[in-house]
Design a protein around this ligand. Sequence first.
Ligand code: J2J
Length: 458
Amino acid sequence: MTDYRAKGYWRDRTLGQLLTDSAKKWPDRTALVDGDRRWTYAELERWADRVAAGLHRKGISRNDRVIVHLPNVAEFVALSFGLFRVGAVPVYALPQHKTTEIEHLTRVAEPAGYFGSAQDVPDADPVTLDGPDPDDVALMLLSGGTTGLPKLIPRTHNDYDYNARASAELCGLDENTVYLAALPIAHNFALACPGILGTFHAGGTVVLTTSADPETAFPLIEREGVTVTALVPPLALVWLDHGGRTGLKLLQVGGSRLKEEAARRIRPELGCDLQQVYGMAEGLLNFTRLDDPDEVKVTTQGRPMSPDDEIRVVDGELQVRGPYTITSYFDGDHGSFTEDGFYKTGDLVKFVGDNLVVDGRKKDVINRGGDKIPVEEVENLLLSHPRVHDVAIVGVPDEYLGERTCAVVIPHGTAPTRRDLVEHLQALGVADFKLPDRVRIVTEFPRTAVGKVDRKAL
Ligand code: J2J
């Protein structure tokens, strides 16, 4: 096994120290902007210490798991650093998540607390804390990449510090960077690829927004002098259709496949450089490089970030092992890892030169413009409707989102309408992106030779 510490990837720095290091180097630079509120690095550092003390006083301690269910607001940042300093582990729910998802997380994570609003964030006069070990789990992300219910992805201080640091370097971030967090910072991409943690590492400024609409984001980019941001492909299309140059220098796009036609429009129409990112919360990040030829930037999803990312393709599927890729989920391996410790991504890829192109998937996940829908979870929820005898969710191609969902239903008695099913799911409390876009009623499913539902044929 590669010694990631000896090779300098794991530097035994906690994520709490990441902020302290930057506060020492750049105390008076602006670290964070949320609406009219602004914090220098020194101020954010002090706030993080106060939140850590508040958490400690509430009885939250090292290794406790805590659900963080907040949108892109400054309190998310202060709470996260407070938890990192205590050594407690934020479990990041997405802002779109509702009761069904939160209940599932609660069952798996057995959390000591839940933070669902900015007002929940406690503070107190700073106290001395032991803090975590750099090899401890720092945070947990939700898997968008695997079949079944969302799984918890434990990321350590060491691996995530490397993740943020190396992506910041690869993207050329420095203290003049202004990063707009337009995607949810609860998600890996905007959190650390390089996202807000990479920006803090580099001494730049993070600007938060809860809306990525051009009407909100474009004026903010101009006002704050934003230089870099990250979007999923459908949002990139919205920005293209709105049009206009903003001064943005680099646009990262990832989460689902960006069509070549859209990719080609980015530099001429938005006036910024494009970087494709093919990442996963489980670890591996692929980026096109800033000095790649345009052809590579528009037609591929880039190549691994680390020289020690070991990738291989088995039966078309990408497998990976490396300094920031997990080797197990929080509660076991769920069949997603090989004997020799590679993560099975479920993505079908091919190489174009050194670069990867994502060509399809093996797993039962529908990628609705970057929002990952675990098919089985939604099917099980729909099965609890009294007029659903059986159901299969399939992806249908869509110009804008890449794919949308269709629920193919075998009814029990009178067929339910889409409205009936949507209301049923809403009553259960599930994220809106999981609601089926269409419903088709059938009398039976096509089956494969072994009798499984033939989703391709559907
Ligand atoms: C095609 N499919 C992609 C891409 C992810 C950066 C960017 C994205 C994520 C992410 C991330 C894709 N083209 N460019 O964590 O740090 C699909 C693949 C992958 C799955 C992972 C980051 N970029 N995908 O999307 O954990 O199927 O992470 O396995 O949410 O998204 O989903 P997730």
